[in-house]
Design a protein around this ligand. Structure first.
Ligand SMILES: *Cc1c(COP(=O)(O)O)cnc(C)c1O
Length: 455
């Protein structure tokens, strides 16, 4: 075994670097990549054993273990027939740029240390802010995911409310969210120790202005400080009535946060833009480029109408940080629960810069059109019943006569044969099938294949 030194690019470490890059390129060349799968801890212990040893196993052997054993024990979420949860479809430009970000030694928490990276990230955030109709002073940062985005926005909202109340805390803080809101909203409320006022949804799984108003009127809580609306709730992709909700929030001086981790990507699709009317009046929103904006994991864009509120809530203060804080520059660390950070918005920025925003518009429209075709393909089959005309690209439907275990078998069969990755969901207490299309590589033939497995 030839020694690879801990640091320094020697002949040997450069050879290893090339091999790793070759593996990455080979992965990009596969079209489609193999679906992969899950192994049990026992299987992996048997096949891989222990890789970390006092003397190291060497680059060739470590890479072999990844390529032959560990890599295949992951599901390819970017496979065109990965249709479960929320799929993933990064562009090649974004993926390779992510490799470069890792090699560039950038600490992207402060402008002083990462002005070039933060400038580029802010350009990508600006594109999103413009799509939403946010004002010129709007801004924010990229965080690892929607979960941290929602948490950071809600901390900002409560901190702003506390300042408005001159520091006087209510007995319990309260936020309003619909019963369809993502689990991460509930998790953020737990972390922040906030109660949730559940707002019922209408027959299309949407929160409406009147539904919100009625829930607020019925609630005795004086600690209400925020409403979380969904722009693409995860189960059905339903979009709340943002304009009416924004009006209620304005009347009562309550922070409106819009969770669009999946759905707000469609702001860039002209055919859907009207469904998001009212987003321009929100105080903050999130959208995950690692979902429907074709970036690799992990990246959530978090935007504030008035970033000063976020700085007041999030800026960390310490003797060793105050030289940064005194400079009045755009420090991404000041807008979320984070300090050290990867410039995780850069792969998204690079792909947008390479391809242009029109290519994004076209790709989003193409997946929306495919979702309509898929809905028709479901409706054409007498044994399937569509439960909801899709607002975006989530298809939820039932197979006549199937019970929970039938959906589980369908899902297991498709994964075991390496055909597709699908997962059932629950609607009104009963199991249902759920497919989400957002990968531009997915075709109607892929969808038909999965539906035929239900015949
Ligand atoms: C995926 C999702 C989240 C959570 O985002 P992560 O990036 O997985 O943390 C939050 N809200 C909605 C609506 C989502 O679809």
């Amino acid at each position: 075994m030839t020694e690879v030194p801990l640091h320094g690019l020697t002949d040997e470490s450069e050879r290893l670097a090339r091999e790793v890059l070759d593996v990455a390129l080979a992965r990009l060349r596969q079209d489609p990549a193999s679906l992969g799968g899950m192994a049990t801890p026992e299987e992996l212990a048997c096949r891989v054993g222990q890789s970390i040893t006092p003397d190291g196993i060497g680059g060739d052997e470590a890479l072999r273990r990844w390529v032959e054993e560990l890599g295949p024990a992951n599901v390819a979420v970017d496979h065109p027939r990965y249709l479960a949860f929320i799929p993933h479809a990064p562009t090649e430009a974004a993926v390779v740029f992510d490799l470069l970000v890792g090699a560039s030694g950038i600490y992207a928490g402060s402008w002083l240390e990462a002005s070039g990276a933060v400038y580029a990230e802010n350009e990508a955030l600006r594109w999103l802010a413009d799509l939403a109709g946010f004002p010129a002073e709007a801004g924010g940062t990229f965080v690892p995911g929607g979960t941290l985005g929602n948490l950071s926005a809600l901390h900002t909202a409560r901190d702003a409310a506390l300042r408005q109340r001159h520091g006087k805390r209510p007995e319990r803080w309260l936020l309003a969210a619909s019963t369809e809101a993502h689990s991460s909203v509930r998790q953020a409320a737990r972390v922040l120790d906030i109660d949730i006022l559940d707002v019922p949804v209408d027959s299309s799984w949407r929160m409406t202005g009147s539904g919100l108003r009625a829930a607020l009127e019925a609630s005795a809580g004086e600690g209400l400080f925020a409403v979380v609306a969904s722009a693409g709730a995860t189960n059905f992709g339903s979009i709340d009535d943002l304009a009416a909700i924004a009006q209620v929030c304005q009347d009562r001086n309550i922070w409106l946060h819009v969770d669009g981790a999946y759905g707000l990507a469609a702001l860039a699709a002209p055919s859907k833009r009207a469904a998001f009317a009212g987003i321009e009046s929100a105080d903050s929103f999130i959208v995950d480029p690692h979902k429907w904006l074709f970036a690799p994991y992990d990246a959530c864009a978090l935007l504030y109408r008035d970033p000063a509120q976020a700085r007041a809530a999030h800026t960390q203060s310490a003797d060793y940080l105050d030289s940064l804080n005194a400079r009045n520059e755009w420090n991404p660390a000041d807008y979320a629960v984070q300090l050290s950070r990867r410039a995780r918005g850069l792969p998204f920025w690079f792909s947008l810069a390479v391809h242009g925003t029109n290519a994004y518009r076209d790709a989003l429209e193409a997946t929306l059109a495919l979702a309509s075709q898929a809905a028709e393909a479901i409706q054409r089959r007498s044994y399937l019943h569509l439960l909801h005309e899709p607002d975006l690209t989530a298809l939820v439907f039932r197979r006549e006569g199937w019970r929970g275990k039938d959906y589980d078998r369908w899902s297991a069969r498709l994964l075991e044969s390496g055909t597709a990755f699908v997962q059932p969901t629950i609607v009104a207490g009963e199991p249902a099938a759920r497919l989400v299309v957002l990968n531009p590589r997915t075709t109607i033939a892929d969808i038909e294949l999965v539906l035929e497995e239900m015949a």
